[in-house]
Design a protein around this ligand. Structure first.
Ligand code: NAD
Length: 260
């Protein structure tokens, strides 16, 4: 019989754990017994998630770090790795940019690369040697529908999420013999603060109308809830998914396959 999903005794690092999908993932994994290490550049939101988990009887600590800074990531993780093993890494932190090739400046491309690609590289490079030594570990990367299909005005973002997908395959291949699993998920539009802030900034007079329009771009007729995304992440990082590696899971309300 399949064991119950549990993170008891597991140490879990979630980048961007202060908001949206990352926050909900931290909350769900903490409820399942995991010890959360929330890595985020935003001090206040990371501290708030840490406090919420502790108030609910869970275990969490937060680390303020910009994942695009290679040395800062190493310095932040070194004392943790000296004390404990890291069992699960969720590479969730990411930023967006709207624009085609003509209105994507070099600085925009570099900024997206630094966080969404180099940030993932930095985390993998800092944690994989320890996972290799302990001969176990699970890595889950946040890709996107933009990893696999053309989304309008997402030139730089698509570049970065394509890289997340292929880094996932590469790591899964290279470390399969060391007991390390590596997968990614590709969400469609998820209702997070990112979406609300985007609409408030760009469509202050017709936020509701635009929310509806964005919802309808998923054939299922709505955006995903963060809880739905976090539930898939929890499953894929758990022992229940021990047979799954090198895979990309769409979670997109039919966006990639049914939009015809
Ligand atoms: P969000 O904006 O709500 O949260 C992102 C978190 O990452 C924030 O707490 C932010 O402070 C942190 N962060 C940003 N840059 C960082 C850096 N350099 N170092 C450390 N932390 C940093 O985002 P979200 O909507 O929950 O998205 C999470 C992930 O899911 C991203 O990788 C995103 O590309 C991906 N995704 C989101 C959607 C969606 O519709 N929301 C769809 C597909 C994929």
């Amino acid at each position: 019989m399949m064991a119950e999903q549990s993170y008891t005794g597991k140490t879990i690092v979630v980048t961007g754990g202060g908001s949206g999908i990352g926050k909900e993932t931290c909350l769900q994994m903490a409820k399942l017994g995991g010890k959360l290490i929330i890595m985020d550049v935003d001090e206040a939101s990371a501290a708030a998630v840490q406090q919420q988990i502790i108030e609910q009887g869970g275990q969490a600590q937060s680390i303020i770090v910009d994942i695009s800074n290679t040395q800062a990531v190493k310095d932040a993780l070194q004392p943790i790795l000296a004390q404990t093993s890291i069992d699960v890494l969720v590479n969730n932190a990411g930023i967006a940019h709207i624009g085609n090739i003509e209105n994507t400046a070099e600085e925009d491309l570099d900024r997206i690369y630094q966080v969404n690609v180099k940030g993932v590289y930095n985390m993998l490079a800092a944690i994989i040697p320890a996972m290799k030594e302990q001969k176990s570990g699970v890595i889950l990367n946040l890709a996107s529908i933009a990893s696999s299909v053309g989304i309008s005005d997402r030139f730089a973002y698509s570049m970065s999420k394509g890289a997340v997908l292929t880094m996932t395959y590469s790591v899964a291949r290279d470390y399969i013999d060391y007991g390390i699993r590596c997968n990614c998920i590709s969400p469609g539009r998820v209702h997070t603060p990112f979406v609300d802030n985007f609409l408030a900034k760009n469509y202050p007079d017709k936020q509701a109308e635009m929310f509806e329009k964005l919802s309808k771009s998923q054939p299922i007729g709505r955006m995903a809830e963060v809880a739905e995304i976090a539930a898939l992440i929890c499953y894929l990082c758990s022992e229940q998914a021990a047979f799954i590696t090198g895979s990309n899971f769409p979670i997109d309300g039919g966006f990639v396959t049914l939009n015809n």
